[in-house]
Design a protein. Structure first.
Length: 240
């Protein structure tokens, strides 16, 4: 690609592009930062609700012929829970507003966002350790970089409440899958809602697929008919 001047990433994250090599060859990298922010925020919201109310587990057991709500115990009231957002970008801010409408209080960890901006959004800025210790739902909204890969390992999961849920609509390698499986199987945390996996498609032998306290879907949080059309247009307009 000797004549290449620009590479457009059809999406928000640029982890699929070797930015260092592109920079070395003076190739400009552009992305579409406004892409699918409604879709992903809705999906994170949906996963959080599904985890707290154990919707998928109950659906599965009813279809297997068991009609018994008691298998979902314990289920706690959503109102007055604490939502912890790891980073506070465009998507996280919408997730915050969605769940504040359900009377959750929100705290966020983001070293790049000022406390005043969080205060304007009725969000309390905290460090990561405080967030993990307090939050009932921990939702990940980070880009995948060399600094954020495996940001969540057994150390971080042990800091979470044993009644807390992890929601990841960002990138699979933000958490170390082996450690997450251990945290879930040994009940260090109550459950997880995942729209991504460390390896995609997920390894059919992954322990995540055998855990009843995991709700996992393909990498689909970005998808709506509207978002795909918007993406194609926005990516093309970057050159205009």
């Amino acid at each position: 690609m000797k004549k290449c001047k620009v590479v457009t990433r059809h999406g928000i994250g640029v982890d699929s592009i070797d930015v260092e090599v592109a920079t070395e060859h003076k190739i400009c990298i552009v992305n579409v930062p406004e892409y699918c922010i409604d879709e992903v925020s809705d999906y994170a919201f949906a996963l959080a609700l599904a985890c707290v109310r154990k919707v998928v587990m109950l659906d599965s057991t009813v279809k297997k012929g068991k009609w018994d709500f008691k298998i979902s115990a314990p289920v706690f009231r959503l109102r007055n829970m604490k939502l912890g957002l790891v980073r506070f970008g465009n998507i996280a801010r919408i997730v915050s507003r969605r769940l504040q409408a359900f009377s959750l209080s929100v705290l966020a960890h983001d070293p790049y966002i000022s406390p005043s901006i969080m205060t304007q959004n009725t969000v309390r800025k905290v460090n990561l350790e405080e967030l993990l210790a307090e939050a009932d739902i921990v939702s990940l909204h980070l880009p995948l970089t060399k600094d954020t890969k495996y940001m969540f390992t057994d150390k971080e999961f042990k800091l979470m409440k044993d009644t807390a849920f992890l929601v990841n609509t960002g990138r699979g390698p933000l958490n170390k899958e082996k450690d997450l499986c251990k945290a879930l199987s040994e009940r260090w945390i109550a459950g997880a809602g995942l729209a991504v996996a460390e390896k995609e498609p997920i390894d059919p032998n992954s322990d995540l697929l055998n855990l009843e306290n995991v709700t996992i879907t393909p990498h689909v949080a970005f998808y709506s008919e509207e978002s795909l059309k918007d993406l194609q247009r926005s990516a093309a307009r970057l050159f205009l």
